[in-house]
Design a binder for this molecule. Structure first.
Ligand code: HPA
Ligand code: ZN
Length: 326
């Protein structure tokens, strides 16, 4: 079969996507106006010029600042609906969406407002956009373990909306084991488990996320390649890695896309997937990430098809749903 063109992108599942990272400058200004929030940028162009990052932390500073425009149920619904429309246009058929409740509750926005708003957009997604969805609640690893536990507790009235928990924000100095208790509690509630590891942090954080937190997927996992024994384990146990190539370039985890270890990871037999992370900030949605790696890394059609197949294999879909989605 011929490879899909830009008009008919490869059908994929997106498994590493922070909904707050889909806040485009235009929507940020619209929500700022709607909510009477003043942004310290003259216009969308001035804001876009601030999208030059040195590392993960320099991105996170802007990411947390800009989400200050999000206040109401409607804001969160609009944010998620805009993402789902863009994702669908780029071939995404299934999206497992992260959100960061602590970044909102810390500003006085109740967790119920966040989940209710996202939930309204997700409830209509299949019908409106042809995209099935899951919601994954992330804990901020640079906040305390107690705060993560309080967040899980606050989310219990909305448990039916959640598929899993994740771990994100500043990685170095915040090893997975800090969150052993909240992950055990989440598992006992029937939630699936993922965690960011090996983006800026060492391969040992990946091992710890598997052993101590019991995660089923690793978000990023880029630095696994530094530890051959870990690579063997990830291959043997079919642990999916949710790579985000454009993010890695923008946050300088890799010097340029042509240096990305994706081809080596595929060749090693790792179950790698391609995702967009924070597409409004990093220069592209899911399909843009596939296009970028295809060109910069000269991937063959069968490698692209393998990446797309991996994305459905690694998704938290039931077998019957997976057949329908593809
Ligand atoms: N890494 C860690 N935390 C994040 C990211 C990321 O790429 N995006 C949003 N929160
Ligand atoms: Zn991420």
């Amino acid at each position: 079969t011929p490879l899909p063109t830009a008009e008919t992108p490869l059908p994929t599942a997106e498994l590493h996507l922070h909904i707050e990272g889909t806040l485009e400058p235009e929507l940020a200004f619209a929500l700022a106006a709607r909510n009477g929030v003043r942004l310290p940028y003259a216009d969308t162009e001035a804001l876009r010029r601030a999208y030059r990052f040195e590392d993960l932390q320099s991105f996170l500073d802007l990411y947390y600042e800009l989400m200050g425009v999000l206040h109401t149920v409607q804001d969160f619904e609009d944010l998620a609906d805009a993402y789902l429309a863009r994702a669908a246009a780029q071939g995404v058929r299934h999206a497992e969406i992260f959100f960061d409740p602590q970044a909102h509750t810390a500003r006085g926005v109740p967790i119920g407002t966040v989940i209710e708003g996202l939930g309204r957009a997700l409830d209509r997604s299949e019908e409106r956009h042809g995209v099935s969805t899951r919601l994954i609640m992330c804990f901020l690893r640079d906040e305390s373990a107690e705060s993560a536990l309080a967040t899980l507790e606050a989310a219990t009235p909305y448990l039916h909306r959640l598929t899993g928990v994740g771990l994100d924000s500043a990685e170095v100095g915040h090893p997975p084991a800090k969150f052993a208790e909240v992950y055990a509690a989440a598992g006992a509630l029937g939630l699936r488990k993922v965690a960011h590891a090996g983006e800026e942090g060492p391969p040992a954080y990946i091992t710890e996320a598997l052993d101590v937190l019991g995660v089923e997927r690793i978000d990023h996992g880029l630095r696994a390649m530094e530890d051959p024994a870990l690579v063997d384990r990830l291959v043997r146990d079919r642990v999916p890695l949710t790579l985000c190539p454009l993010s890695n370039v923008r946050l300088r985890a890799v010097a340029e896309l042509a240096d990305h270890p994706l081809p080596a990871m595929l060749a090693a037999g790792l179950l790698v997937t391609v995702n967009s992370d924070d597409p409004a900030y990093f220069g592209g949605y899911a399909g843009d990430n596939y296009d970028a790696v295809r060109e910069a890394l000269r991937l063959a059609p069968e490698q692209l098809r393998e990446l797309a197949a991996n994305s459905f294999r690694a998704a938290f879909l039931e077998d019957d749903e997976e057949r329908r989605t593809r």
